[in-house]
Design a binder for this molecule. Structure first.
Ligand SMILES: Cc1ncc(COP(=O)(O)O)c(C=O)c1O
Ligand SMILES: N[C@@H](CCOP(=O)(O)O)C(=O)O
Length: 467
């Protein structure tokens, strides 16, 4: 399979190079040239499989120029073997046709583990084969960071630098990163927002001269196609468990960087009968405003009770815009340049209408989040939602077009990561799982840096002894 850039100017690459490249050289994001297709008959067969076996089937066509059958099976089985629930992504029924899919049974208690446990192993394999060492640079609003560190810390071939916005992640999230004390793990608190951290990542990919040509720069954010690929699997898992391919299924997805919901869009493109994809945002609602009013316009980023979704510029939205514009890289580049200059774009009305047949959207305030957490706890025998998932449940209930279609909200994080919302809902604070019960006593290590590219690059060079 070949991958092409959304901006049309970078060379088409195979999977291994795409995984190791991060941003395309023209500033775009890589997407598959075409998607593998699964027929209803294929899906009936897949419906019989457990999670790892399903993952092998879905991922195989994307990576077949990199891994043979045996290598893929080993990596995938090792990846999902570390999850602490037998079903890996269990479905919990809230009401008649209403479900949540718990994606927080991995090592860092958020959906990021699905992709980053896999990506760590894939990177290890690629770098080992090449005999190369890489520098990973990532931005996090709280969850990607710990999942990336956990996925890559054992990899001998990488040094990993993770930037989070200073004082804008939860204490549990920060400690999950800063208490990993290892020579190849470097945590940085940037004096700015997540968008600032993400902009530093993108600027570093655009100008890698600070590494002096000595090390390769690799991305762990969802600009890396491997992240999206791994997340496609759980849409198949949920839909096949709830009656696909005979039945359609809808999904509500707590959304920030548009990676998770984009994976759902890809699953639909591969043949999965998805009826609705609901974009659920907090008050940082640029994506909701696009789907509701055809206005993709930056506003000031505000802190909320759902910090992982405090994102304004959604990287993966570019991948959708590319499809909306008939995969015309030149048009897309012009649109993205216009957004960079003015901070605001809209698309032609016919294109916007077309995409709205699949996507709908909603937003939730902090007060609504607290009230949904309380309501679901009351309705469902004390079942706890984390604040991000609560936004998804609120959006599911608001946008559900046909209640005979099963609705699945992606439960993207464990509530224990965000005790403030649970306490505000008047509920008992959940306790940390045993294996991290001493998290608040562990020593922490991170440095605070200004939002400044040169300062960041100097810091990385110094740590890596690059002269
Ligand atoms: C807990 C949680 N929910 C939802 C999201 C939003 O996912 P995405 O950025 O893929 O839209 C994130 C961060 O990305 C997250 O950490
Ligand atoms: N919510 C994310 C933000 C980074 O998004 P990514 O999916 O592109 O890595 C986080 O928790 O860090």
């Amino acid at each position: 399979m070949k991958y092409i850039s959304t901006r049309g100017q970078a060379p088409a690459l195979g999977f291994e190079d795409v995984m190791l490249t991060g941003l395309a050289s023209d500033g775009g994001l890589y997407v598959p040239e075409s998607l593998p297709q699964f027929s209803p008959e294929d899906m009936r067969r897949l419906a019989e499989l457990d999670y790892p076996s399903l993952a092998i089937e879905i991922i195989r066509p994307f990576v077949s120029d990199f891994l043979n059958e045996e290598q893929l099976a080993k990596i995938v089985n090792d990846t999902y073997g570390v999850f602490r629930h037998k079903a890996v992504a269990p479905l919990i029924q809230l009401d008649n046709n209403e479900w949540v899919m718990e994606l927080f049974h991995g090592p860092t208690l958020a959906f990021k583990d699905f992709a980053l446990q896999l990506l760590g192993r894939l990177l290890d394999e690629a770098l080992e084969r090449r005999g190369e060492k890489a520098v990973i640079l990532g931005a996090t609003s709280g969850d990607t960071g710990s999942a990336a560190i956990e996925g890559c810390r054992a990899c001998e071939h990488v040094d990993i630098f993770i930037m989070h916005p200073h004082n804008r992640v939860s204490e549990v999230q920060r400690r999950q990163m800063s208490t990993v004390i290892a020579d190849n793990v470097h945590n940085i608190a940037i004096e700015g927002t997540f968008d600032d951290c993400q902009a530093l990542v993108k600027a570093s990919f655009a100008d890698q001269s600070f590494l002096g040509g000595e090390r390769r720069l690799v991305a762990v954010n969802s600009i890396n196609w491997a992240r999206i690929m791994a997340q496609v699997v759980y849409y198949f898992h949920a839909a096949l468990s709830l009656g696909a391919p005979e039945k359609e299924v809808s999904f509500s997805v707590p959304t920030g960087n548009f990676g998770d919901i984009f994976a759902g869009y890809i699953a639909k493109g591969m043949g999965l009968p998805i009826k609705q994809l609901i974009v659920a945002t907090n008050r940082n609602d640029i994506l909701h405003r696009f789907f509701a009013d055809n206005s993709y316009a930056k506003e000031q980023l505000m802190p909320t009770l759902s910090p992982s979704m405090d994102i304004m510029v959604s990287s993966n939205f570019e991948r959708l815009l590319f499809d909306i514009h008939d995969r015309d890289g030149a048009q897309l580049k012009a649109l993205m340049d216009a957004f960079d200059q003015s901070g605001s774009i809209s698309v032609e009305p016919e294109r916007w209408e077309a995409i709205r047949s699949l996507f709908s959207s909603d937003r939730a305030s902090d007060e609504e989040v607290v009230s949904v957490i309380k309501q679901v706890s009351d309705e469902c025998g004390g079942y706890l939602l984390d604040p991000h998932t609560a936004i998804g449940v609120k959006a599911a209930r608001a946008c559900w077009a046909d209640q005979s279609t099963p609705m699945v909200t992606l439960a993207t994080a464990h509530p224990v990561k965000f005790p403030d919302s649970i306490i505000r809902a008047g509920l008992e604070e959940p306790t940390l799982p045993l294996w991290m019960a001493d998290l608040h006593e562990r020593p922490e290590k991170y440095d605070v840096l200004a939002d400044d590219k040169a300062g960041l690059h100097g810091y990385i060079r110094k740590i890596l002894n690059l002269g």
